[in-house]
Every structure is written in C-alpha cells, then in structure tokens.
Design a protein around this ligand. Sequence first.
Ligand SMILES: CCCCCCC[C@@H](O)CC(=O)SCCNC(=O)CCNC(=O)[C@H](O)C(C)(C)COP(=O)(O)OP(=O)(O)OC[C@H]1O[C@@H](n2cnc3c(N)ncnc32)[C@H](O)[C@@H]1OP(=O)(O)O
Length: 285
Amino acid sequence: MPIDPATAIGADLGETSFSWGSSDVLLYHLGIGAGTHPDDPTELRYTYERDLRVLPTFATVAATMHETEPPQVSFPGVEIDLAKVVHGKQEIVAHRPLPAEGKARARGRIADVQDKGKAAVIVQETEVTGEAGEPLWTARSSIFAKGEGGFGGERGPSESVELPDRAPDEVIDTATLGQQALLYRLCGDRNPLHIDPEFAKAAGFDAPILHGLCTYGMVAKAVTGAVLGGDPDSVASWSARFAGIVLPGETLRTSIWDTGRRYLVSTVAVERDAPVLADGVLTAR
Ligand SMILES: CCCCCCC[C@@H](O)CC(=O)SCCNC(=O)CCNC(=O)[C@H](O)C(C)(C)COP(=O)(O)OP(=O)(O)OC[C@H]1O[C@@H](n2cnc3c(N)ncnc32)[C@H](O)[C@@H]1OP(=O)(O)O
C-alpha cells in the first residue's frame, strides 16, 4: 500500500546535520530573483557577502542545498511516485535571524497524513537547532499527492485565511525569469518537473512549472521589501498555500493587507489572472 497512515503519522524521520556558507545564501537569493534591481540599495543585503542578511526562506533549502538527485517521496508508511506530487503548503518560523553561515541539526517527523479522497496530503515538520542547541527555525510543509487518497485516513482540518473586505494596502509586481526554475534547481531541488517537458507532460502539465519554494521565497522577499523596509531579519514567520502553478517568465502580483505586524498575502500570475499563493501570512518580529 503506498500510504499506511498508522505507520506514517508521527513517524520519526531522524536527525541530520548540515552546514552552509555565504555562497549558499548568495546563490539562493539569486535563485529567488535578488539583484534584478541593482539600483535599489537594499538589494545588496541579499547579493553582497559584506553585511549579508539571510531571508528566512533560506531555511527551506539549507539542509538540501547540495543535493544533485531528484527528491524522493519515501517515508515510513509513504511511498509515492514523484510525478504525482506538488508542493501544497509551506511554513517557516524563524526563531531568530538566520546567520549567513552556520552548522545545524534538523529533526523531522511526519506530523499528519490526510485523506482528501482524490488526493493525500502529507505534512512534515522539522525542528532545526544551532551548534549550541539554540532553536533556529521550525518548518512545516505539506505535499499534495494526486490520486493517492482513499486509503481510509482522516480528512484533516479545512483551514483558510480570510482577507479583509477592503482593497489591499500594497500591490507589488515581481517578474520571474524564463530561466528561473533552471537557476532555482541549483539550490538543491532537481525535481524534473521543473525542467523536463516530457516529465511535466506525464505529470499533467503543459510545460515545466516553477518550484513552489521559489515562488514562496520571491513573494517573501517582495513583502519584506514592501512593508519591512527590505530587512529580512524582521521576518518572524511566513506561511502560504500553493493555490496554482507558476510558469517561468510570468509576473507575480502580490497583494498585501497590513493587519499590524501580521501581513495577509495573496498572489496571482498576472498573465493568466490565476491564483498562485493563498492563505499567505507573514509576521514581523
Ligand atoms: C520529500 C520531498 C518531496 C518532493 C516535493 C515536491 C517538490 C517540488 O519540486 C514540487 C513543486 O514545487 S510543485 C510546484 C508548486 N506547487 C503547485 O504548483 C501546486 C499548485 N496548486 C494546485 O495545483 C492545486 O491547488 C492543488 C492540486 C494543490 C489542489 O487543487 P484541487 O485538486 O482543486 O483541490 P481542492 O478540490 O481545492 O481541495 C481538495 C482538498 O485538498 C485541500 N487542499 C487544496 N489545496 C491544497 C494545498 N495546496 N495543500 C494542501 N491541501 C490542499 C483542500 O483544503 C481540500 O480539503 P478539504 O475539502 O478537507 O478542505
């Protein structure tokens, strides 16, 4: 059976150790579009090793930055073909500003496996601590596996973030590059869905799509620029649901509602007027 909820839910994924340096952070920032406005002085915080700051979304790649093999959806009680999955949701809570270089330990577990009938949702939680045992970040990510529901599990909660009934306080357009996914995959996600036209077709898409985590980082950076003075150290947490695909080259239009250090965020792809990110919440420290 591809999903056995009794084995999967609560399964300990063990502990891994990893380290990163400023070159990893610089490459990640380029992968999410930093440096495309060199006249903006806050961009140097992302692109120059002198006084480098780290956008907390770097946490999504820090442990796997040097991976060169495609990811596998293989956990205790879960075996799923990579072509069936898309990234569903992502949350990062940064317990402190991320250092530009460091060593850390990650301990992961399967927090939940939800049976949505036509699909399964696998929720993974990871706690990351620094060398002295200090908490660095907590990550929670959901994988949406099409056609893998019906295994007799719980449906799980139906959560959504209600947006205020008024115009957004800020609207930011962010261009993605035609080669955005080719660049971003060098940050450790070599899923062929983002480069191989045949694989993308077999997975049900017309063409390779952009990594969800690339969009997640680009929008976090855009919101940070719009409402936090471009200071990535001010980002305390960021969560969002991947509501629709992005095709490399499309423009992301991000609407932001300021509800007081808690910014509600929604993003569409301008060219198709189609949803991209929903239920977005970025909090500031
Ligand atoms: C270990 C490493 C493994 C590797 C991981 C892969 C790594 C990456 O390389 C992969 C990627 O980056 S893929 C690109 C990023 N993701 C996407 O583009 C997905 C975009 N979203 C969609 O296509 C649809 O919203 C879609 C398909 C997600 C959902 O649309 P629908 O099928 O229309 O769903 P809907 O009928 O609205 O809802 C059914 C139930 O599912 C819940 N749900 C919906 N969207 C969800 C989402 N994004 N995440 C989690 N749950 C979600 C709904 O709440 C609903 O459940 P309920 O009825 O109980 O409320």
